[in-house]
Design a protein around this ligand. Structure first.
Ligand SMILES: [Zn+2]
Length: 241
């Protein structure tokens, strides 16, 4: 099956890739929802990820900032799965890289920032809930327990989409548009259970793209996919790209 998929990629001009948490677990970043996930082990972590608790409770914010300092994502390095996507871009085949991840490992690996569509934002930037100011996370990481916006003294949070928070419509629109522009669509390390992002697979399929899924667990789209790999992402991606 690997050989077959390689020929599809070799023949493709525009490959669209969607990545989820599964591509970063080999970099030491735990999947929030999986059996070993942070939320499964620590329900308080889920509270910290809910915008309503975060805005309402300074204690939740303090814990959230502490927790962020300790995140393994700051030290994480891209793995062979990320590097395979850089190779795909170097071959001029990567049309767009839609990611549900907030770790920026695609950009750190070497993918062009303008190819990467971060539907859930990035943990490496901070935003003010009140005035919309954005700045690198680095500037506030070492700061106070519950840092305030320097412009308006509003509540700061990481520039990521929390539970209960709206996705950014322009970002989702762009993701759906590019999903329909590829000749091959590859979904990697995502269970494809969260809409609207999962809908990108339908858009790609309706536009006639071949669908390839690489994920350890079954997804609702396995039966419409041309191929499904349940093997290790860091092993499959270098082989097919
Ligand atoms: Zn502000």
């Amino acid at each position: 099956m690997i050989d077959q998929v390689r020929t599809w990629i070799d023949a493709a001009q525009r490959v669209v890739v969607l990545t989820g948490a599964g591509i970063s677990t080999d970099s030491g970043i735990p999947d929030f929802r999986g059996p070993q996930g942070l939320w499964t082990k620590n329900p308080l972590a889920e509270k910290m990820s809910d915008i309503h608790y975060y805005l309402a409770d300074p204690e939740v914010r303090k814990l959230s900032w502490q927790n962020r300092l300790a995140s393994p994502a700051w030290e994480a390095k891209p793995n062979p799965g990320h590097l395979a996507l850089v190779h795909l871009e170097q071959r001029n085949k990567l049309h767009a890289l839609i990611t549900q991840n907030i770790d920026e490992l695609h950009q750190i690996a070497g993918n062009s920032p303008d190819k990467v569509i971060e539907v859930h934002g990035t943990m490496r930037r901070v935003m003010c809930w009140d005035c919309g100011m954005r700045a690198p996370m680095q500037k506030v990481r070492a700061g106070e327990e519950d840092p305030k916006c320097r412009v308006c003294s509003g509540i700061l949070k990481s520039d990521t989409i929390s539970f209960g928070q709206q996705l950014v419509p322009e970002v989702i629109d762009r993701a759906m548009r590019v999903a329909g522009e590829g000749d091959v669509f590859v979904a990697v390390g995502t269970t494809l259970q969260v809409y609207p992002v999962a809908g990108a697979v339908e858009v790609a399929r309706d536009a006639g793209a071949r669908i390839i899924i690489v994920n350890a667990q079954p997804t609702p789209f396995d039966d419409v996919a041309d191929t499904v790999f349940a093997d290790s992402i860091s092993e499959v991606l270098p082989k097919i790209f």
